[in-house]
Design a protein. Structure first.
Length: 316
């Protein structure tokens, strides 16, 4: 098998998507251009490439075809604005590579916009993986802002903060939320958030044009615990109160309702917009199924990037 570069593979994926939309879903080239965020001539070239590359025969001969069908079903069932499903690698079902590549492509489309944008990011492994896949681009007309604190209780910086790395790749001004993710006492939160720099960052986050976030699970090895933001007793209490997932450190139940809990009263992250606006979640894995379902049920996200295995589980 010929090994393709990332750019070549991405071109084939886009051609496969265009081919599926045209030959299987019956979209016009204008509709394809809108859905893929490209010009009409580019959409026409992608459809032609789907044929010339042998991707279109009697059916679309590419794993993206099944993924696009799953994405369409998830989007319709959960009333998402957009859903992206990538193939699952049977040899490495937990690997995030394909998912983070797809998310990086979506982020790059935003970065390539000539109009200034405020781009907000959560933190975590998925966000760091996504940014690692972004190509270097001059996007200094945009602003990149953090949705969540970047400091643990003991003062250590978060290892999975992605805002600074994205700023390095794009030369865009960035606004890290340099405060603890969770403060020791609820009465400390408001004075900390009202400090001039933090207040400005939270206002920027509130008017972000697009938000990219991960979804955390609240099992016994929840990221909030592993990364040192909460204690084992606090995790147990959140679980006892129905916590099954977290979005930028806000813990929610299976209905997507933010818990009325002391831990949430101490979270310093940007407030969640409910229903969400332009919020793209990047998440996969069997252990996150309940959390992803909850986030969709509560309208905490508007779009989802995931993998085939997770999509099938969500549709069961």
């Amino acid at each position: 098998m010929v090994k393709r570069t990332r750019k070549e593979a991405a071109r084939l994926d886009e051609a496969a998507r265009a081919g599926w939309l045209y030959y299987c879903a019956g979209n016009t080239q204008d509709e394809i251009a809108t859905k893929l965020g490209v010009s009409r001539p580019t959409a026409q070239r992608l459809v032609s490439a789907a044929v010339s590359e042998g991707l279109v025969k009697v059916r679309l001969d590419h794993p993206i075809a099944d993924c696009m069908e799953l994405a369409a079903r998830l989007r319709d069932r959960h009333e998402l604005e957009h859903c992206e499903v990538v193939p699952t690698d049977p040899a490495a079902p937990d690997a995030m590579f394909g998912m983070t590549q797809a998310a990086a492509t979506m982020l790059e489309r935003v970065l390539q916009s000539p109009e200034p944008k405020v781009i907000a990011l959560g933190t975590g492994r998925a966000m760091r993986g996504m940014v690692n896949e972004v190509q270097r681009i001059d996007a200094r007309h945009h602003k990149i802002v953090s949705l969540v604190g970047t400091i643990a209780t003991d003062g250590a910086a978060s290892f999975y903060d992605a805002v600074t790395e994205l700023a390095d790749l794009t030369r865009a001004p960035h606004y890290p939320l340099s405060i603890p993710v969770i403060v020791p006492r609820a009465e400390q939160r408001k004075p900390m958030q009202e400090q001039a720099p933090m207040d400005n960052i939270l206002h920027l986050a509130a008017r972000a044009d697009v938000k990219f976030v991960g979804i955390g699970q609240m099992g016994d090895d929840a990221p909030l615990l592993v990364d040192g933001f909460i204690t084992p007793d606090e995790l147990k209490s959140l679980q006892d109160h129905g916590g099954i997932g977290e979005l930028i450190s806000w813990t929610f139940d299976r209905h997507g309702q933010i818990l009325d809990h002391d831990v949430n009263n101490r979270v310093t992250s940007a407030p969640l917009q409910i229903p969400a606006q332009n919020t793209i979640a990047v998440a996969k894995g069997a252990r996150k199924i309940a959390a992803i379902r909850g986030a969709m049920a509560g309208n905490l996200i508007t779009s989802l990037v995931t993998d085939e295995g997770t999509a099938r589980a969500l549709l069961r």
